[in-house]
Design a protein around this ligand. Structure first.
Ligand code: AMP
Ligand code: GLY
Length: 424
């Protein structure tokens, strides 16, 4: 079958790589893609926001399945438009993508389905929101309701920080919808499930590293590295996450007449009382996807198409018995201002290291040269028999990359190592 994959990040490079290995694939197009996807299929320029243009492209090129990587087109209803035109799509409807598009919506699902999550209240008025944070005190978490590219959340350690966050949100939008919630404590993990109505098929766990510097210091980023599996997500935590969080949520979506169909990214805080939901996302994580794809034994395209057909119940997931680590290399200055255009050398030498695989994000081709063209630029990944081996191999590959204008964290996977050495 011919497939169109939408997106241009490290996640899409990893999806393109896994899709390109499928015996069922005829031709892969990626819109817009990046230099990493260019060697796996055909990059095409399409106005993703113009659904008619996407539909026309699919008809002209005999596309059997569209796979949507990022959240914005899903929240914008691209799946509904494609389904309406008779084109199969992997990714939830606009109504179901509200699980990522609106934090208040997700909280209402949690209320209805008795899903463990942080206690909260929703506001649309600055004075009431301010009064509430003053009453509750710090620490407290302030969240913009809608999509904000990961920048809408403030975990406030002090009341002043919480007030500052509220003032900034209400200054940029009168009557902004804001969720204020209790701060959860524990260890964070991401858990990914294919969902097709009430059918839930776990894919695997991973742990991201959101802060820019070692030891979880500095500002939040899109994610500086990941490893999979996450040792904190043991069999019992996984069982409880499915039973208490994912399955009740999936059932509630069906009950409301808006079944979820796609990959569900379950952001968890695992504390003394077990797993609690921080948030849902309606897509694969980036860089979690990169490490999950390296562990996936099953045919990804078969899974994506099975979900799109509503036939997930017939499918299963097999993972390789390996660990995977992905280290993000970013431009100096990220997540703040950074320069573009610096040359990245040593990519071939890095890719030739044992089990290494390099996924591109913010790069561009300049003749035979690869240049930096964004904040997060590469995810340098490797697998190993266990987390220490995967981590050593990933950093060995990083060591081959000659890019003075870039940087990475040196402690990706450290939390997992600490947990393994404690034997817990
Ligand atoms: P989100 O955009 O909802 O993923 O939030 C971004 C990050 O903020 C999460 O990955 C957590 O690290 C943190 N966070 C969000 N909500 C909470 C909470 N209720 N308690 C503690 N940390 C939180
Ligand atoms: N790595 C976190 C995310 O994709 O949202």
């Amino acid at each position: 079958m011919n497939v169109l994959l939408i997106g241009n990040g490290g996640r899409e490079n990893a999806l393109a790589w896994a899709i390109s290995r499928s015996p069922a694939l005829t031709k892969l197009f990626i819109a817009p893609g990046n230099p990493g996807t260019a060697s796996l299929g055909t990059n095409v320029m399409l106005s993703i926001g113009e659904h008619k243009a996407v539909i026309d492209f699919c008809r002209t090129n005999g596309i059997a399945l569209v796979v949507v990587g990022p959240e914005a087109p899903l929240v914008d209803g691209i799946a509904d438009a494609l389904t309406g035109a008779g084109i199969r799509v992997f990714g939830p409807s606009k109504a179901a993508a509200q699980l990522e598009g609106s934090k208040d919506f997700t909280k209402s699902i949690c209320d209805a389905a008795h899903v463990p999550t942080a206690a909260y209240q929703t506001f649309t008025e600055a004075a009431a929101a301010l009064a509430y944070v003053r009453e509750k005190g710090a620490p407290i978490v302030v969240k913009y309701d809608g999509l904000m590219a990961g920048k809408g959340v403030t975990v406030a350690e002090t009341l002043a920080e919480a007030e500052e966050a509220l003032k900034a949100l209400y200054a940029s939008e009168d009557n902004a919808k804001i969720v204020i919630e209790e701060m959860l404590v524990g260890e964070e993990a991401s858990f990914f499930c294919f969902v097709d109505g009430e059918t839930v098929l776990p894919l695997g766990s991973a742990q991201d590293h959101k802060r820019v510097f070692d030891g979880d210091q500095g500002p939040n980023t899109g994610g500086m590295g990941a490893y999979s599996p996450a040792p904190v997500m043991d069999d019992e935590v996984e069982r409880r996450t499915l039973a208490e969080i994912v399955i009740p949520s999936a059932k509630e979506m069906v009950r409301r007449g808006t079944p979820y169909r796609g990959i569900l990214f379950v952001g968890l805080m695992i504390g003394p009382q077990g797993p609690k939901l921080i948030e849902y996302n309606c897509r694969f994580g980036d860089p979690e996807c990169q490490v999950l794809m390296l562990r996936l034994e099953s045919d990804l395209l078969g899974l994506l198409d099975g979900v799109a057909r509503g036939e997930l119940a017939k499918l299963s997931v097999t993972l390789k018995p390996v660990s995977a680590v992905g280290v993000v290399m970013a431009s100096q200055g990220y997540p703040g201002a950074f320069e573009k255009g610096s040359a990245i050398r040593g990519l071939d030498a890095a890719a030739a290291m044992p089990s290494a695989r390099i996924f591109h994000a913010g790069t561009r081709s300049d003749g035979s040269m690869i240049r930096a063209n964004g904040g997060r630029v590469l995810t340098v990944c490797a697998t190993g028999a266990d987390l220490p081996e995967a981590r050593n191999r990933a950093y060995a590959a990083v060591g081959k990359i000659d890019w003075p204008e870039g940087f990475c964290r040196s402690d990706i996977g450290a939390k997992g190592l600490a947990r393994l050495s404690k034997g817990s």
